[in-house]
Design a protein around this ligand. Sequence first.
Ligand code: NAP
Length: 310
Amino acid sequence: MPNILFAARSESWNDYETPLSTALDAAGLSYTLGTDMPPEEVDYIVYAPNSDVQDFTPFTRLKAVLNLWAGVEDVVGNTTLAVPLARMVDEDGLTQGMVEWVAGHTLRHHLGMDAHIVNPDRTWDATPPPLSAHRPVTILGLGTLGQACARALITLGFPVSGWSRSAKDLPGITTHAGDEGLHKALRDAQIVILLLPDTPATTNVINAETLALMAPGAMILNPGRGPLIDDDALLAALDSGQIGHATLDVFRTEPLPDDHAYWVHPKVTVTPHIASTTRPETAARVIADNIRRAENGEALLHIVDRSAGY
Ligand code: NAP
């Protein structure tokens, strides 16, 4: 009978206790679940990287850590963690939320909605927006979220290119990989969406050089992670007009400091890391299924490659 420790901010326990119990019951498991148990008796940790647990050494019989978040940059380098780390992949919750955020903000920029929503001079400019077929979109990161967003945008008619570390063959998407592939993916892109993890290899992937490859006036959406963007380079590109607008959900420091230039820049939209979030009901099912798999001797799903950092 596995002992499962819930190690996240204490206020999350209210949201997760019932969904986790329900999902573990439905998975046919006998278990103990709680927020406080002797470390040497814990088999699994349901984990948020901002929890008090930062030293895994006392958890001597730990079998796996099940991260509640998709991003693992705050735990992947923890040298006290010696067991498999699974990250959150939840098609019905986290992925669906990201698809909705990306589709909404892409359409906002594609259709030029802002000009009509705030129009104090009552300007009657009847120029129609182009059809989506004439608006090339590039997604950096073709993992769970990037691919799901690509499928949604393709359904809406956008030509979608994407970039990943490993070469891929994905229906309807023009794919690129590697350093040279990045330049090809960005060249003439009108809307660029960042869905890469935060690793040493992705830091500042959007910089003065890569910003200059995009079509003049390109829009950037960043629901990935703050360090993907060289902030000074982006601000300079916004000021010069090379970039038309940036909609940013994630930042190097969160909450975004009050005095940050992004808050007041007329071509920046700040959303407070709400592009997508882990939804307890659906995420609990993913976690319960992974614990069931481990208890049955099956391979865990969504294992993080600790050497790649994601
Ligand atoms: P994922 O499935 O691991 O996909 C990551 C993608 O990035 C993969 O296609 C991977 O390439 C590519 N990649 C990684 N390093 C690269 C590199 N050096 N060069 C080129 N491509 C590289 O992750 P996911 O579930 O889609 O999530 C992506 C990120 O979204 C998360 O890491 C997290 O930071 C962020 N996120 C944000 C929110 C929010 O609310 N704002 C919510 C959830 C997630 P391969 O396919 O070749 O491995």
